[in-house]
Design a protein around this ligand. Structure first.
Ligand code: BES
Ligand code: MN
Ligand code: MN
Length: 462
């Protein structure tokens, strides 16, 4: 029987070229100007699933971007793996910081990727990682080695909060019925240090607006006598953290799960080099909540960050003005048990409370979602771990990530199954940033590792 290594060697060029074609289509879900391209991407994913051996593939319309669903059912008595991924991408801006155009993929080597990496928006998040599953399926079907049933659900709105996926999941329990959900949309520690993501943070995303006077004013005539909304907003934002970098919103930490000393000691064993971390980001010190390590700060602790702030005059030269309004976009990363809707309400109340006289404050919630943790003693985790052992020659390290895939907790709630997060990206792959890339080694390693998951999951389910 043909093995996966030789299959990859024979098809490597084609695997790369197919991904490159997919990366050329700008499926930017945040920008309606790219609607046609986004639909084109869904069609391309559909075609790729058909070619990879799915018996039935359909484009499921939603009020937003469609969901591509595909399946290959070989025997109702065998387990079913549901693969989830997303074909939409983040906007590429700031576009001038890209070394090559975001939708014209190029291959270049980097320090972390001496064998080359594909540079393009979506290369790692998530077209490249999603497509590994398509190629792994192709291998299993074309060599008669698919050991169980498989379903694919590839959405086009992950980067904008999966608003239409939630009702789709709720209304399609039977169609999506599965024994385990498999996702490659996260990262791992390093190419020689494989890890499996066991947790994701939740999210609450809000926008705030501070209004002062009813019009922009001359900053000489009125300056000092009326509240300047930008000054006020800056002050209000600054007050959201105390001197230890704890968040000051009353009740914010009430449901935060405190890890035991043992669990923290276990976490601290994961390889991490602070000097390299600082060097990679050109910073001379890390910053964050007192009494927590960098790895804890970015995974098991909740955060509050301003993602954007604007108001007043930002054009060339100087304009003396007191703006009528100031704005900010604020995200809070949450840990399991923190209910995102509660946190949004707590934020809103607190922000309104701390507004001084002379301004009006409006808080508009955007989207959110729950965090997620998965145990390592499940059949799914064990199957993934064995698959990595085979292809990396090492047992992967379980690690909680700071990122969010809010729909994962909804999957558990609605479909009653666990999600296994087999991510093959690196933190340095610059997802959401200019010059996003995905290592060719990582892409092929993913394709190599995934069939092992199917094999071990089917065996362990017996
Ligand atoms: N794939 C990422 C999430 C991710 C990346 C998790 C790396 C862990 C490691 C996903 O596409 C994403 O960007 N999620 C958003 C949230 C979403 C609601 C916009 C995020 O984490 O900011
Ligand atoms: Mn993603
Ligand atoms: Mn993303």
């Amino acid at each position: 029987m043909k093995n996966i290594q030789s299959y990859i060697t024979e098809n490597k060029e084609r695997f790369l070229n197919e991904l490159i074609e997919l990366l050329k289509i700008p499926s930017i879900s945040a920008d309606s100007a790219y609607k046609t391209d986004t639909l084109k991407t869904a069609e391309a994913v559909k075609t790729s699933l058909e070619k990879a051996g799915c018996d039935h593939v359909e484009i499921c319309e939603t009020p937003g971007n469609p969901i591509v669903y595909g399946e290959k059912i070989i025997d109702k008595n065998l387990p079913t793996v549901l693969v989830y991924g997303h074909y939409d991408v983040q906007p590429p801006d700031p576009i001038n910081l890209w070394d090559s155009p975001p939708f014209e993929p190029v291959i270049k080597t980097t320090e972390k990727h001496p064998d080359g990496a594909i540079f393009a928006r979506g290369a790692c998040d998530d077209k490249g990682q999603m497509y590994m599953h398509v190629k792994a399926l192709e291998f299993m079907t074309s060599t008669n080695q698919l050991p169980c049933n498989v379903k694919f659900m590839i959405e086009g709105e992950e980067e904008v909060g999966s608003v239409n996926l939630a009702p789709f999941v709720k209304n399609n329990h039977e169609k999506l019925k599965n024994d385990v959900i498999l996702i490659s949309d996260t990262g791992m520690i390093a190419n020689d240090t494989p890890s499996i993501t066991t947790g994701l943070r939740g999210l609450s995303y809000v926008e705030v607006e501070v209004t002062g006077p009813n019009r922009d004013l001359h900053s000489g005539l009125y300056g000092g006598a009326v509240a300047n909304p930008i000054n006020i907003l800056a002050k209000m934002i600054a007050s959201l953290h105390d001197e230890n970098n704890h968040i000051t919103i009353p009740g914010f930490y009430d449901k935060v799960e405190e890890l035991s000393t043992e669990e923290r000691a276990e976490m601290a064993k994961a390889p991490f080099n602070l000097e390299n971390y600082k060097k990679a980001l050109d910073i001379d010190a890390v910053y964050g909540e007192k009494e927590f390590s960098t790895n804890e700060r970015n995974s098991i602790r909740p955060t509050l960050d301003v993602n954007g702030i604007w108001g007043g005059y930002t054009g060339e030269g100087a304009k003396t003005v007191i703006a009528s309004k100031a704005y900010a976009k604020i995200s809070m990363r949450l840990v399991p048990n923190q209910e995102w809707e509660d946190i949004t309400n707590l934020f809103q109340k607190h922000f309104e409370n701390i507004a001084p006289e002379g301004v009006k404050v409006k808080v508009t919630p955007h989207h959110g979602g729950q965090g997620y943790v998965t145990p390592i003693d499940s059949i799914g985790y064990q199957a993934a771990s064995k698959a990595y052992e085979d292809t990396f020659g090492k047992t992967p390290i379980p690690q909680r990530s700071g990122g969010s895939i809010p729909i994962v907790s909804l999957f558990e709630q609605e479909l009653k199954s666990k999600t296994i997060l087999m991510g093959f990206g690196l933190d340095s792959d610059a997802i959401h940033s200019p010059n996003e890339h995905f290592g060719i080694w990582n892409y092929l390693k993913g394709i190599e590792t995934i069939p092992g998951f199917y094999k071990y999951f089917t065996e362990l389910s017996k």
